[in-house]
Design a protein around this ligand. Structure first.
Ligand SMILES: [Zn+2]
Ligand SMILES: [Zn+2]
Length: 295
């Protein structure tokens, strides 16, 4: 088997053309992916948000509107198709997008609609909102989400319940940053109490039933957390359950493409994971294949 195939990222390539909090161009991200030695690179720009109160503060400050978010996503859908052809023969580019779970009463319909309208190859299922409030935008918003749930433990349980529901609703090929809830959690807080673990394990069971791949997402290191997403206990629980992993650099700038991938390979190996699962284009569908990690 081709020994370099493990160099695949299935979550990343956010860029400044289509995302306010990213930089650079889609073309630039893919040039960087070729340069970094990737064989497969999955693009997963953020889905648009559909309600005014879900516009981020940084977007509001620049005058972003819901219409603009939707228009930029439409342009992303086209541009991702163009670069997929442009890189043919050099890099297998997969066209995907990263979902949102808001608005809670109709996100599933909206996300499935985006997928079918633009014929995306795959989806990255992520939860960035709990109780309708953004948990990764800022510590202030994170605090508001915790307060809305009545404390950190109920918040964490609600987060994993939202992940489980999202997986059941969308059956995404990839589940993104499975324990994103830790990003703004105060240092030293226990996010693996028995109640939280039970909720996380139910989400893992849904991932197994849905045939999902978890991304080993290096942005945790990039953001100074000291570990990637997910942390060791989740990697071990997922592996024991038979859930596969892929890599995701979650890049938001060409300079972040490939960040931490070799460290991520070592991290998986040290947590008992011997292979990653890649997605390969085969006609109109994607095939999954497990690829051994070099030791
Ligand atoms: Zn982002
Ligand atoms: Zn994300």
């Amino acid at each position: 088997m081709d020994p370099g195939l493990w160099m695949a990222s299935l979550h990343g390539g956010h860029c400044g053309e289509f995302c306010e909090h990213a930089r650079g161009t889609l073309r630039g991200a893919l040039d960087a992916a070729v340069e970094a030695g990737f064989r497969i690179y999955g693009l997963s720009e953020h889905a648009p948000r559909y309600e005014q109160h879900h516009i981020y503060d940084s977007e509001r400050a620049k005058g972003y509107t819901l219409e603009r978010l939707q228009l930029e996503f439409e342009r992303y859908a086209e541009e991702s198709r163009r670069v997929q052809r442009l890189f043919e023969g050099r890099l297998s580019v997969l066209r995907g997008f990263e979902v949102e779970v808001v608005p809670s009463d109709r996100y599933a319909e909206l996300m499935q609609g985006l997928r079918s309208r633009h014929a995306f190859d795959y989806m990255v299922g992520s939860v960035h909102h709990v109780a309708g409030i953004s948990i990764d935008e800022s510590p202030r918003q994170f605090g508001a989400a915790v307060d809305a749930c009545g404390g950190l433990e109920p918040f964490a349980v609600r987060y994993y319940e939202t992940v489980r529901q999202m997986i059941e609703d969308l059956q995404p090929e990839v589940v993104g940053h499975f324990d994103l809830l830790k990003l703004h959690a105060p240092a030293g807080t226990d996010l693996a109490t028995p109640r939280i673990r039970r909720a996380a394990e139910k989400a893992l069971a849904a991932a197994l039933a849905g045939g999902c791949i978890l991304d080993l997402n290096t942005a945790g290191w990039r953001k100074g957390l000291g570990e990637p997403y997910p942390g060791p206990w989740i990697v071990q629980a997922a592996t024991a359950a038979g859930i596969p992993f892929c890599f995701g650099d979650d890049s938001h700038d060409p300079s972040e493409v490939g960040y931490g991938i070799d460290r991520a390979r070592q991290y998986l190996l040290s947590n008992g994971v011997a292979s990653v699962t890649i997605l390969e284009s085969s006609g109109r569908t994607l095939a999954r294949r497990a690829v051994l990690l070099p030791m």
